[in-house]
Design a protein around this ligand. Structure first.
Ligand code: PEP
Ligand code: MN
Length: 333
């Protein structure tokens, strides 16, 4: 349920109303906008008399929220959520680029790629360290050692780092990571999501390959219900009957999500298409669709990459793409 307060409501009046809701076992999320305050009331409000609340002097209107996601709902929180990572702001209307290899493979590899993407203007460095691979015989990632190499790359370039977690038991290794990624395969690992709800660190959740937009939002809700509101969403393609691309990039998810939630939304054209030649057009389309940023795989030797070489851009192509990305962003601003 949401209660929109009248413009002239005083702080003591607002506090009094919030306490009244809390006394009934409800949680209140306060969203102070430029022109109005919205109280998002979470919990069982089924027995509550909406008309009675609406009659209060300070209340402008009351509405039930029919969607199952509450904290992530834009109706609860009309303003965009901006997530700060170092000097980088995600969701403030600018365009954020996350770039780096699919997997951290060696010190030389990650440092070289980090320097290159930084020079091209990337904002955040990615690199998988715990890898969710289809085959147990495929490269599984450098694990903790890989995280240490990402930290080294951050020291060298100043770029914040993001890497994927697969198991809540590994959380201690992620203490010094700037953003924790939940991959498509773990989007509905609810115990993992609950554990990430208990920490104070941005969490990027990738859409599951056969998940609906509503399911993605419910995964965000799991993290937020635990108290961690720093959630970023990522559209990375879904599985359809089409086989020409690795997945089908659901670009309409971007404006749909923008309407439903206040959380930032990124587009990953690399896992969505699986093909180097498609990264540029789909990156530009993602920006045009209104994404808050892109996540792009870049490798200095894609032919030797231990994972996802065919979809990785070489640093020179990433550099050219950055120029075009900026032009599209300017064109729609
Ligand atoms: C990744 O970003 O490295 C990854 C494994 O992506 P996804 O979870 O989207 O498949
Ligand atoms: Mn990958």
């Amino acid at each position: 349920m949401i209660a929109i307060l009248k413009q002239n409501t005083t702080e003591p009046q607002k506090k009094h109303l919030i306490e009244w809701f809390e006394m009934q076992g409800l949680k209140v999320h306060v969203s102070d906008g430029e022109f109005r305050t919205v109280l998002g009331i979470i919990g069982d409000t089924s027995t509550m008399d909406l008309e009675m609340i609406e009659l209060l002097d300070i209340v402008d209107s009351v509405k039930r929220i029919t969607e199952s996601f509450k904290s992530a709902n834009r109706k609860f929180h009309p303003e965009d959520t901006v997530i700060k990572v170092g000097d980088v702001k995600i969701g403030d209307g600018s365009l954020v680029t996350i770039a780096g290899p699919c997997s951290v493979e060696s010190e030389e590899q990650i440092l070289e790629i980090a320097k290159a993407v930084k020079e091209s203007g990337a904002d955040i460095l990615r690199g998988g360290t715990f890898k969710p691979r289809t085959s147990p015989y495929a490269f599984q990632g450098m694990r903790q050692e890989g995280i240490q190499l990402l930290i080294k790359a951050r020291e060298l370039t100043g770029l914040p780092i993001i890497t994927e977690i697969m198991n809540a038991e590994h959380l201690e290794y992620f203490e010094d990571v700037d953003i924790i990624q939940v991959g498509a395969r773990n989007m509905q690992n609810f115990e993992l999501l609950k554990a990430l709800g208990r920490i104070d660190k941005p969490i990027l959740i990738k859409r599951g390959m056969s998940s609906t937009i509503n399911e993605l939002l419910m995964s965000a809700e799991y993290v937020m219900a635990g108290g961690n509101e720093k959630v970023i969403l990522c559209e990375r393609g879904i599985r359809t009957y089409e086989t020409a691309t690795r997945n089908t990039l659901d670009l309409s998810a971007v404006p749909v999500l923008k309407g439903l939630t206040h959380l930032p939304i990124l587009v990953d054209p690399s896992h969505a298409t699986g093909k180097r030649a498609l990264i540029e057009p789909m990156s530009l389309a993602g920006v045009a669709a209104g994404a808050d940023g892109l996540m792009i795989e870049v490798h200095n030797h894609p032919e030797l990459a231990l994972s996802d070489g065919p979809q990785s851009l070489v640093p020179e192509d990433f550099d050219k793409l950055m120029t075009k990305i900026r032009r599209v962003k300017e064109a729609i601003s």
